[in-house]
Design a protein around this ligand. Structure first.
Ligand SMILES: Cc1cc2nc3c(=O)[nH]c(=O)nc-3n(C[C@H](O)[C@H](O)[C@H](O)COP(=O)(O)OP(=O)(O)OC[C@H]3O[C@@H](n4cnc5c(N)ncnc54)[C@H](O)[C@@H]3O)c2cc1C
Length: 552
């Protein structure tokens, strides 16, 4: 049985049930609208999570409902009946629609572009083949960070005695950890649906594919044929495969599957020591899984400063995460008792590691599957859509943003590119600049970088400050790590920072602003940072570029 509850909204005012779209005994499918509720911010749909049959409706039209109130009970897994009940869609004629701006893909690139275009008076249609929120909200940023929150809390709880707090028998319930993650994801993705309604954006469910430069077809529950003035392609990315023997065996999982495991494996081999691989290595290690990481490059997180990588490797080693670098995976095989055997070349010999699961984290590539891009004149290079700094393709009215452009695989970059694309559609010249793009790796401690990450002694001056000398870090009992602030010798401007330590993900914001606003260390030195905060390390490092650090 699945109980569908009232959503959590950014308001404490009760909502009122406006309509009930189903009756007892109806078969429903996942994502089908069950109710509409009138909230203080407008009408909002409540959708089913599952395929099934309506067993009990617990509210009536006009009832007031608050977050978490039970609304309906659905008996799950009536899949076969549901499939039969579905109308045969293939023969239906496509419905014609038109948009000022058509957005393909409802991830952080597409949905932000859609909202921004609608806010600027455009008639917007957004097409999404799966779920609003894209990779980021459903199987990327948000679910991983929700698991990381649980993992970090568990780590902290195990060490409560260091804070003078006695707590015994600390344990965790992995199923609840996953359930909480699902709840957070649902709240946020439902929220995107709410925002689409609020901005009168028409959302069509289905696969969008180009018939030509001027026309897109949508194939989903219904078929549509869409004319548009401008289109923004925001179709994201997909798991990359390297062609390694055994990479698709049952014991090999991707990040998407790792986020929904029903039980923890005893051991895990992570292939790929990049951002996704290292975040998962820390999550699973926190929950007691024996973790091995195998990385092809000479270091994990190889785009970062070597000092940052070394400290993370040392911390990982202390926690029991085993890392092999300069190691090329050759094959994955399964034994009769379902153990995965990963064979890799390391230090000139053949090495082997056995584990219950293998996490395949070798990267993601641009996704243009089923998009019919070959029916357009849009230029594609190595599977990614080619754009200029205005996010414009080589075709007059076609733009592309986010992971599909293979520029930066970051949600906030995708969203920003969406705004740049819409500004240019509106006729307001706007170019993307990648000089001040912050990027965070949510290991423990966190790592955050912006701008130049590998300083060149001929071009840059560097100042470092340790979290060990920062009061708030001591308060938190998290003193490992440092900031490196980088200044350009010629211009005198701050051009980059690497931070590894507590709150790095938040502290990086101020350096991002400093780079974006072309500040020197003098402006940072003249800025008052609140005490005691971990962010004071920025002030200290800026002082280090000038007269010298105060507390180190
Ligand atoms: C495990 C993991 C963790 C991550 N963590 C972070 C993080 O902490 N911070 C961060 O900034 N980034 C993170 N990322 C990266 C981030 O998720 C992506 O950079 C971001 O989602 C890209 O946004 P997008 O809009 O370009 O594409 P996506 O979010 O991938 O959205 C694309 C959407 O388009 C839809 N679509 C595709 N083709 C079609 C079609 N033909 N018709 C209709 N719809 C279509 C897809 O179903 C999808 O919903 C993470 C990624 C992963 C996998």
């Amino acid at each position: 049985m699945s109980i569908i509850k009232m959503l959590t909204l950014p308001t404490k005012t009760p909502s009122v049930v406006g309509s009930i779209e189903v009756k007892l005994g109806d078969t429903v499918v996942a994502e089908q609208e069950l109710f509409t509720v009138e909230t203080s911010k407008g009408k909002r749909p409540i959708k089913s999570d599952v395929d099934g049959i309506v067993k009990e409706i617990k509210v009536a039209i006009g009832d007031e409902v608050l977050a978490g109130d039970e609304m309906i009970i659905i008996e799950e897994n009536a899949g076969a009946t549901v499939a039969e009940d579905k109308a045969p869609v293939a023969e239906k004629a496509a419905e014609k629609k038109s948009a000022d701006v058509l957005v393909i893909g409802g991830g952080p690139g597409g949905y932000v572009a859609a909202i921004y275009a609608a806010m600027n008076g455009k008639k917007v249609i957004l097409v999404e083949k799966e779920r609003l929120g894209g990779t980021c909200l459903n199987v990327g940023c948000i679910p991983t960070k929700t698991l990381i929150e649980s993992a970090n809390l568990y780590e902290k709880a195990k060490n409560l005695s260091e804070f003078g707090i006695n707590a015994e028998n600390i344990s965790f319930d992995f199923a609840k950890v996953i359930k909480r993650k699902d709840g957070v994801v649902k709240n946020l993705t439902d929220g995107i649906g709410f925002l689409m309604n609020k901005h009168n954006i028409e959302v069509l469910n289905g696969l969008a594919s180009f018939e030509s430069d001027e026309k897109v077809l949508v194939d989903g529950d219904k078929k549509y044929e869409i004319d548009f003035e401008n289109v923004i392609i925001a179709t994201g990315s997909k798991q990359a495969y390297l062609g390694i023997e055994g990479e698709k065996l049952g014991s090999v999982i991707t990040s998407t599957e790792a986020l929904s495991l029903e039980a923890l494996p005893k051991s895990l081999t992570v292939i790929g020591g990049g951002v996704i691989g290292m975040e998962f290595a820390f999550i699973f290690n926190s929950f007691g899984v024996d973790v091995n990481v195998i990385e092809y490059a000479p270091d994990i997180l190889c785009t970062l400063d070597s000092g940052v990588c070394k400290l993370l490797r040392d911390i990982a080693a202390k926690r029991g995460i085993k890392i092999s670098v300069s190691s090329k995976v050759e094959s994955i095989k399964e034994t009769e008792n379902n153990m995965a055997i990963v064979t890799y070349a390391c230090e000139g010999k053949s090495c082997v590691v056995a584990s219950e699961k293998v996490l395949y984290a070798v990267g993601r590539t641009a996704n243009i599957d089923g998009l019919g891009i070959e029916n357009t004149s849009v230029k594609v290079e190595r599977g990614a859509i080619v754009v200029d700094d205005k996010m414009h393709t080589n075709v007059e009215n076609i733009y592309a943003i986010g992971d599909v452009t293979a520029k930066w695989q970051l949600a906030h970059v995708a969203s920003h590119q969406g705004i740049v694309a819409v500004d240019n559609i509106l006729g307001h010249e706007h170019e993307m600049s990648y000089d001040a793009v912050p990027s965070v790796i949510f290991t423990h401690p966190e790592i955050a970088v912006v701008g130049v990450t590998k300083p060149n002694p001929e071009k840059h001056v560097v100042s470092s400050f340790d979290f060990a000398a920062n009061g708030k870090s001591m308060v938190m009992n998290e003193t490992e790590g440092f900031i490196t602030l980088i200044k350009d010798k010629e211009s005198g401007l701050i051009v980059g920072a690497s931070i590894i330590g507590p709150d790095a993900s938040t502290t990086v914001n101020v350096v991002t602003l400093a780079i974006k606003e072309k500040m020197s260390e003098k402006e940072l030195m003249a800025t008052i940072f609140p005490h005691p905060t971990t962010g004071e390390v920025v002030h200290e490092a800026a002082m280090g570029l000038g007269i010298g650090t105060l507390h180190q």
